[in-house]
Design a protein around this ligand. Structure first.
Ligand code: B3K
Ligand code: ZN
Length: 852
């Protein structure tokens, strides 16, 4: 398994200007005839190399004559005696045997495609690299009854009946695109149809295609699509470019969704929702993913990536765009808190483990392994920092320049940064280190007041930790939004954007005539770990008074960690009073909206606590967190009962109503920790009266951790009610896998044999196994059986779907961070995987790097 290196990039030897596809669709055997209009790039005599993956050519022709060609591994080499030609190949593929869900595959009676990154080569021979852009025309033929709807990229130009009950459709996409954006769908689908008038007055037809029975659950996705089209016009000046925009929902899908030109294909969990079956979080995720894929039409499709090392060019930027969209549509502060939580829970651990890599990686064995939180979420933070440094107007000028200069091109991260520099009038030379240096910077911040001089000095130190293959790193540019607050009144005295770009620095604040408190990295303006020496009192003041809502949340988290970290290290535990008082004050604060209250009283997760420890003892971490929850719950019974009792209509998706339900979840959780019987009673009552999935899930989540008879009753009722709805059944598995109880491991071991469990459906696999592996206490069971179970699942899943299997490996890769007995058992599980026969290169890369 040889790696590919960024430094080895070369332009393609041959361009492909146009692709003509002719496909006889059938689940058992589909015949694909492809005609590529190729042109020599520069002067050379190298053959035309076309990538294939498991393909055998039936015929290969140049300009209508049999070509001289041969296979080299999976690739087809065609000898070329002219500078331009029509090269035609014919192959046969088998969609119903495609369990990898890459290329053309069958899902629930549909035929559909997934090509990013290298799936097109499973459909036909092609260079299959993102810097080869072509126009496409596709003719599809299929059984008219089984596949009445035939879709592909671009516009439908012709359709009609054929003999033997078959029919055909021809689609043409006028926009040159890389092969990874190719898509087709065939199936018995119905559309939720709508329209959108663009800013220049063009009418666009919008369709969301699903099974007929699912039509009522597409309304939210359609609204999100229209909202995103409008938002991209208003905020980025970007208009949609075709007259048709199709979305299709499929049940078997390797990830969230795919931005194929004019034909986005979605995992059905990011389309289908109603209040009875989807939670508030599901609704928000749907809007976010619909927006994300739509935004790719410009950031990804019109301007694409030169090579896969540039992946963050489209993904980091598009995540930033979807985050801002969701901030605008819901609550700015709450959405930011959620995004930072994901970053800390997933990206920070990745960045400090064996799979750490820069936002623009230098090499890969399997590119699919690099669709990571680092490329996506840290990548989005890089764009956000440039937005902060430039300010909104210059940032917009820079993106205008970027879209204009690179429209129709395959660009690089460097191209993007250069547009930021030129239009923003800033020098980003040192900032570029964010693309090349992995690891989360750590900042030590100390504020010292000099009473005689009436100044406050902020002393800053930064270090960037070593990561695999990278040591001795240079200081980075950290934009730190910083304020000083009066220690007495909490009033804000001054806010500044500090660009901290040295190993050490001292920032002086003048005219400081009273004791002050430091509010630093407001809005999480830089994705770093801040270590400050702020006292409990100072944090409590910030938690109650800081004008920046994110900073209030952050102060609460720090305050909680002051109590949690010593306990998790097995040291003497300070009294919980400061935390309890801060939670009480938060609950009683009428100025704070409920969603923010919910965030503020939420304890850091066990994963987040672990991330702050040198060595993790999972039992101690669990005990620390549950003890603090118990103490808060026992002390604040009255306030918590009151907070969880506020009502909101189940189909009300306003920020206020969602906040009410979020607060109920957190309050009831704390209450159940402190008073389990009362918690069980209230949770069961909530389950029985709930008119929406959010409350139902809250009730089950709370019951799942309790030794109450209500628990089994509610889980059984839930199963009976929803056994026909696979998306909800995923929740039934997920809730049991995430349950905070001593026997979760045994339960998950049994659930693997449940008739509704399957390794073939990625959603189902993740709902049970990935949620289990994220459940720190259960997964890290001292017997090591949790690790063994995960290893077994990885090995079995790898035979079916390597991409999905490889994504389950990282929890084991963290072994070096755990106490010795766990570390040894985790490593053994990795070795078991490593020694299994016929490992895919996907899993091989993850496991060998984790052990290395
Ligand atoms: N671009 C796709 C992800 C493709 C993953 C390929 N392994 C979805 C997205 O990020 O929008
Ligand atoms: Zn994306």
């Amino acid at each position: 398994h040889a790696p590919t290196f960024r430094k080895d990039y070369r332009e393609p030897d041959w361009w492909v200007r146009h692709v003509e596809l002719d496909m006889d669709l059938d689940p058992a055997t589909t015949r694909v005839r492809a005609t590529l209009r190729v042109e020599r790039n520069g002067e050379h005599d190298r053959p035309l190399r076309l990538a294939g993956d498991g393909l055998k050519p039936v015929t290969v022709e140049i300009d209508g004559e049999k070509a001289r060609s041969g296979m080299e591994g999976d690739d087809l080499l065609v000898e070329m005696d002219r500078d331009a030609a029509q090269v035609a190949t014919e192959v046969e593929i088998h969609p119903d045997r495609n369990s990898q869900l890459m290329g053309l595959y069958a899902s629930g009676g549909l035929l559909c495609t997934q090509c990013e990154s290298e799936g097109f080569r499973r459909i036909t021979f092609h260079p299959d690299r993102p810097d080869v852009l072509s126009t496409y025309a596709v003719t599809m033929r299929a059984d008219a009854e089984k596949f009445p709807i035939l879709l592909a990229n671009g516009n439908l130009v012709e359709q009609g009946k054929l003999d033997d009950g078959r029919h055909f459709a021809r689609w043409e996409d006028p926009f040159p695109k890389p092969s990874y954006l190719f898509a087709l769908v065939a199936g018995d689908l119905k559309a939720n149809r709508d329209r959108f008038t663009t800013m220049s007055g063009r009418e666009v037809e919008l369709n969301i295609w699903v099974r007929e029975a699912d039509l009522p659950r597409t309304r939210h996705a359609m609204q999100a699509l229209k909202d995103s089209m409008k938002w991209d016009e208003e905020v980025y000046g970007r208009e949609y470019d075709l007259d048709l925009f199709n979305i299709v929902a499929v049940d078997d899908f390797n990830f969230g969704a795919m931005e194929n030109k004019g034909l986005n294909i979605f995992n059905s969990r990011y389309i289908l929702a109603d209040a009875d079956s989807a939670t508030d979080a599901d609704f928000d995720a749907i809007a976010g993913v619909v927006a994300h894929e739509y935004f790719h039409n410009w950031s990804g499709n019109r301007v694409t990536c030169r090579d896969w090392f540039q992946l963050s060019l489209k993904e980091g930027f598009t995540v930033f765009r979807d985050q801002c969209f969701s901030q605008a549509m819901t609550s700015e502060a709450v959405k930011r808190i959620e995004d930072v939580r994901v970053l800390r829970a997933i990206q920070f651990p990745e960045d400090s483990g064996p799979l750490a890599h820069p936002v623009r990686p230098e090499s890969y064995i399997e590119i699919t392994n690099f669709y990571t939180a680092t490329v996506y979420n840290k990548g989005a933070e890089l764009i956000r920092m440039m937005h902060t440094i430039l300010g909104p107007e210059k940032f917009r000028a820079a993106t205008d320049l970027y879209f204009e200069r690179h429209d129709g091109e395959a660009a690089t991260c460097e191209d993007f940064v250069r547009c930021m520099e030129e239009a923003g009038g800033v020098d980003l030379e040192q900032f570029r280190l964010w693309y090349s240096q992995a690891g989360t910077p750590r900042v030590k911040a100390r504020l010292i007041r000099d009473e005689k001089a009436n100044v406050a000095r902020l002393q800053l130190e930064q270090t960037v930790p070593d990561t695999p293959g990278q040591t001795g790193k240079a200081p980075m540019v950290l934009p730190l939004k910083t304020a000083l607050l009066s220690a007495q009144s909490g009033r804000e005295i001054e806010e500044r954007l500090i660009l901290f770009d040295k190993a050490e620095d001292e920032i002086v604040f003048d005219n400081v005539t009273e004791p002050v408190i430091l509010s630093i990295n407001r809005d999480f303006s830089a994705p770093v770990i801040i270590e400050s020496d702020r006292s409990d009192d100072e944090l409590a003041t910030l938690a109650a008074m800081d004008a920046n809502p994110f900073a209030r949340y952050e102060a609460m988290q720090e305050l909680m960690l002051h109590s949690l970290l010593p306990a998790a290290r097995g040291e003497e535990v300070p009294p919980a009073d400061p935390v309890i008082e801060a939670v009480r004050r938060t609950l009683n604060d009428d100025t704070l909206d409920k969603a923010l209250k919910a965030e503020a009283i939420r304890l850091p997760s066990e994963a987040m606590i672990g991330e702050r420890l040198e060595e993790i003892d999972p039992d101690q971490v669990h005990r620390a967190r549950s003890t603090l929850a118990e103490e808060i719950g026992a002390a604040l019974g009255t306030e918590l009962v009151e907070a969880q009792a506020i009502e909101a209509a189940g189909d009300d998706l306003s920020v206020e109503a969602k906040g009410i339900r979020a607060l109920r979840r957190e309050a009831l959780g704390l209450l159940a920790a402190g008073e389990p019987e009362e918690g069980a009673r209230l949770a069961k009552a909530l389950y029985d009266r709930a008119d929406n999935m959010t409350d139902r899930q809250t009730a089950l989540m709370i019951l799942s951790g309790l030794e109450a008879e209500e628990r089994q009753l509610a889980f059984d009722a839930f199963y009976e009610r929803y056994k026909g709805n696979s998306l909800v059944l995923d929740k039934w598995f997920a809730l049991q896998a995430a349950a905070q109880r001593p026997d979760t491991l045994e339960r998950v071991e049994k659930l693997v044999d449940h008739p509704d469990f399957t390794l073939k459906n990625p959603n189902r696999l993740r709902s049970l196994i990935s949620n289990f592996a994220a459940n720190q206490w259960a997964f890290h069971h001292s017997s090591g059986r949790g690790y063994a179970l995960l290893a077994k699942m990885v090995i079995e899943a790898d035979r079916i779907n390597p991409q999905v299997a490889a994504r389950m490996v990282p929890p084991l890769g963290r072994w070096r961070r755990y106490v010795p007995d766990r570390a040894r058992l985790m490593k053994e599980a990795l070795e078991t995987i490593a020694s299994s026969e016929g490992l895919s290169k996907d899993v091989y890369e993850q496991v060998s790097k984790s052990l290395g």
